[in-house]
Design a protein around this ligand. Structure first.
Ligand code: ZN
Length: 198
């Protein structure tokens, strides 16, 4: 990228380092940004920095939020005794879009992966076990159907079973290896309704 001046190259490099953005898209975005009025560019930059400063983990479910409790945990209409365990906030959003789930969530921020060296201590399992010390009726494991997701599901079920709390796993209507966030709402709902007790 020597034919661009240093500043432009840096902007392209920064944009290209984002997930899903190749060099071509990064170039297009870079020139688009440079053409924007200065106040728009400032607003964009300030929004990014502001989000980074204010967004944190929900105190209860650990999803990303700008409040102490996320809107779902804070909603008195949600069943606090039913906890759906998901790998990341995007999977939680996928289930929220169905509009049919009335419980709350727990976001693990990852899955156990011996291959990548991610052990149980690296995801938010301790926090889940702490939540189970309160009154909970059911833990629904909705990790992905990848090897990592299944490993994590098995691990969680072993942890939860001795507590006597009902543990279930969403049905395998979800394709093997499939990320929850890419699955349509009908399939997600069917997987939830057809969940099996472990
Ligand atoms: Zn929450």
């Amino acid at each position: 990228m020597d034919y661009y001046s240093n500043q432009i190259s840096q902007l392209i490099e920064q944009l290209a380092s984002l997930p899903g953005i190749g060099v071509k898209t990064a170039q297009r975005l870079a020139f688009y940004i440079i053409d924007l009025p200065e106040d728009r560019v400032k607003k964009l930059a300030d929004t990014i920095v502001g989000a980074k400063h204010t967004i944190r983990y929900c105190k209860q479910c650990l999803t990303l939020t700008d409040q102490e409790l996320c809107p779902i945990c804070n909603n008195p209409a949600r069943n606090q005794k039913m906890i759906m365990v998901v790998e990341n906030p995007r999977d939680m959003t996928a289930y929220e879009k169905t509009g049919k789930y009335e419980g709350v969530y727990h976001v693990l921020h990852g899955a156990i992966s011996p291959m990548l060296g991610i052990g149980p201590g690296e995801i938010k399992l301790k926090e889940l076990m702490l939540r189970l010390e309160k009154e909970v009726d059911e833990v629904i494991i909705a990790t992905n159907s990848s090897l990592e997701g299944e490993t994590t599901a098995m691990y969680i079920s072993k942890l939860v079973k001795p507590t006597g709390i009902k543990v279930s796993r969403i049905a395998s209507g979800v394709p093997v290896g499939g990320d929850l966030e890419y699955i349509d709402e009908v399939t997600l709902l069917r997987a939830l309704e057809g969940r099996v007790v472990l």
